[in-house]
Design a protein around this ligand. Structure first.
Ligand code: AGP
Length: 605
């Protein structure tokens, strides 16, 4: 997820563009850049690091009144000056900024290079600049339209050309893009916050729409080149609310972003009912692997708990999961055919990084699963699979967790494909299920109101228990952590079968127990556990699938999940638990995005 901006009007473009990028840093901040047209030439500056690093290079910027800008969250190519946007064509006459993922960039890059184009970055975006150059015959909008006919993927794209110094061409396809309308000046932005201090009058572009901005105004056409008449949208939010998409907290925004994050993480990784990782060669890493260790911290560790069950069931490879702060001091029985998988949203967690380095020291192969391109774990692992969730700002991890789960499923299926441990019709069905999982998460999110009501009913509780068996137990661990870390309510997740070995003593009248009942073969056992706690006065909040008659009868509150293969259900099950924790914390007046004592990335031991 990146942020793009653009400006055309009567004022100096650079300060306006930089100001807009500052308001988009929540969308990405590992590098940034700006390009303007000054006396028929493109003037461009771009820099790795936060926006402040770019600002330091802007002394003496030209007084141009047309330009584009970009703040990056890397997906292809590590954060660096060369990989920062804007990217230009061979002659430096065309500049582009882009938010999204070009799925077929490798093939396009090869074809362009064969046609004499010289690339200066590792990014997918740069192919767009050279494609526009290839098709440019005097009309920038026509060249952009022809170029995009070759492109597969998502983009919000803005393009300027020195030969047409009075226009900005922009197109939206699956990545957001808005147009701001001022008094004789016009703005482009990935999101409303970037321009809110300049105008509250915006056009919200739809997929396939192209906009041409000139001093004379805004011209919007659809994918067929037909004029589009659009109503102006008047923004009622203030700037801070706008960064959260109009939501009160980043956490709820990121919970609601999960369908998009799942789709982006899946993009380009499934084809013809099979999993493929075209972005990295996993084969030499995975050849001969006989034992897998997974290590991580907190929420990432909980994703590893699901990963263990998924990989063992599909790939028939034994998997050990360990909290990184324990793992790094354990006397690990490494084998020469061991693989270590480290999971880390930030890619900078000290204990996880230390475990990675210990494994490398022993010559063990390491695969990283992380959300930050160019992070320490990404750089130091032998291979890396990225969750493309976009920046996660709230301390409580939500969309990173669900996309980590998705990668665990993709890895498990990929291993099963390589080892032929599961019939293709089984892995094919799972791939089709994952292709639909984002839609099902959207269905679950529609129950936010019900979950808010339930959370408010129990907001005064001092202690809550989460019960589950099998995959549900692994997800229960995550639900308990979410509740603890943002609402400060004591919460424990327990393997339901373990209750009678002690914890049952804590169950008394009125204690809320969240019971996860999604695993068909364990349903009867779970129902027995629910009756056990109810007999001691517990209030049971059941979480299960439609039509589970006994659960509906026994639970005091019921959160219903859409019908799904129990094996894939963890990606759905966690969503109500995230919402429950969120609404509980809001009701208790907690600082949801920045809970006490906690940091977003624990880079110290
Ligand atoms: C998750 O809600 C917590 N903020 C925390 O447990 C986090 O998952 C843990 O610190 C690991 O962080 P990482 O994924 O960046 O390594």
């Amino acid at each position: 997820m990146c942020g793009i901006t653009g400006y055309i009007g009567k004022s100096e473009a650079v300060p306006i563009i930089i100001e807009g990028l500052k308001r988009l840093e929540y969308r990405g901040y590992d590098s940034s850049g700006v390009a303007v047209i000054d006396r028929q030439r493109i003037w461009l500056q771009k820099k790795e690091g936060r926006l402040a690093c770019l600002e330091e290079t802007l002394n003496g910027y030209p007084r141009a009144s047309l330009g584009i800008g970009h703040t990056r969250w890397a997906t292809h190519g590590v954060p660096s000056d060369a990989n920062a946007h804007p990217h230009t064509d061979c002659r430096g006459e065309i500049a582009v900024v882009h938010n999204g993922i070009i799925e077929n960039f490798a093939r396009l890059r090869k074809w362009l290079q064969e046609n004499g184009h010289v690339f200066t970055s590792e990014t997918d975006t740069e192919v767009l600049a050279h494609l526009v150059e290839h098709y440019y015959q005097g009309s920038l909008e026509e060249a952009v339209r022809l170029a995009l006919q070759q492109v597969e993927g998502s983009y919000a794209l803005a393009v300027i050309c020195a030969r047409e110094p009075d226009k900005i061409v922009a197109v939206r396809n699956q990545s957001p893009l808005v147009v701001g309308v001022g008094d004789g000046e016009y703005y482009l932005a990935s999101d409303i916050p970037a321009i809110l201090n300049r105008t509250k009058q915006v056009y919200l572009l739809e997929d396939g729409e192209m906009v041409v901005l000139t001093e004379d105004g805004v011209n919007i056409t659809n994918g067929r080149g037909q004029q589009v008449a659009k109503d102006i949208f008047s923004v009622t939010w203030d700037a801070e609310a706008a960064e959260k998409g109009g939501h009160p907290h980043f956490m709820i925004k990121e919970i609601l972003e999960q369908p998009r994050a799942l789709r982006e993480t899946l993009r380009g990784r499934i084809r013809d009912d099979r999993v493929e990782f075209s972005e990295v060669d996993l084969d030499c890493l995975l050849d001969g692997v006989e034992k897998i260790f997974i290590t991580a911290c907190g929420t990432a560790y909980h994703a590893g708990m699901v990963g263990k069950q998924v990989i063992e069931r599909l790939a028939r490879i034994p998997v050990e999961v360990d909290i990184a702060s324990e793992f790094r001091y354990r006397d690990i029985l490494w084998g020469e055919n061991s693989l270590l998988v480290v999971i880390s949203q930030s890619g900078e967690t000290a204990d996880t990084l230390a475990a990675l380095r210990e494994a490398k020291r022993r010559g063990i192969r390491v695969l990283a699963v992380t959300n930050v391109v160019g992070s320490s774990v990404a750089r130091e692992a032998d291979s890396v699979l990225y969750t493309w969730a976009g920046p996660e700002i709230a301390v409580a991890s939500t969309k990173a967790y669900s996309t980590q789960l998705l990668l665990m499923y993709l890895l498990g299926i990929y291993l099963a494909q390589r080892r032929n441990t599961v019939p293709p019709e089984v892995t094919g069905a799972l791939v089709r299920g994952l292709a639909m999982i984002a839609d099902k998460v959207e269905t679950v999110l529609q129950q936010a109101g019900t979950i808010e009501r339930i959370a408010e009913n129990y907001a005064g509780t001092q202690s809550t228990f989460f019960l589950g068996r099998g995959l549900d137990y692994a997800v229960a661990l995550e639900g308990a952590l979410k509740l603890k870390e943002i609402s400060y309510v004591h919460a424990e997740a327990y393997a339901a079968g373990e209750l009678k070995h002690g914890t049952l003593a804590l169950i008394e009248k009125g204690v809320p127990v969240i019971a996860l009942v999604t695993q068909d073969e364990l349903e009867d056992k779970m129902m027995s556990n629910i009756k056990e706690v109810k007999a001691r006065g517990a209030v049971v909040i059941g979480l299960g699938k439609e039509g589970r008659g006994e659960l509906k009868q026994e639970a005091d509150e019921l959160i219903v999940l859409p019908d799904e293969d129990p094996f894939l259900t963890p990606i759905l099950t966690v969503v109500p638990l995230q919402l429950f924790a969120y609404y509980m914390a809001v009701k208790r007046g907690c600082d949801v995005d920045k809970p006490r004592n906690l940091a977003k990335s624990v880079t110290v031991e």
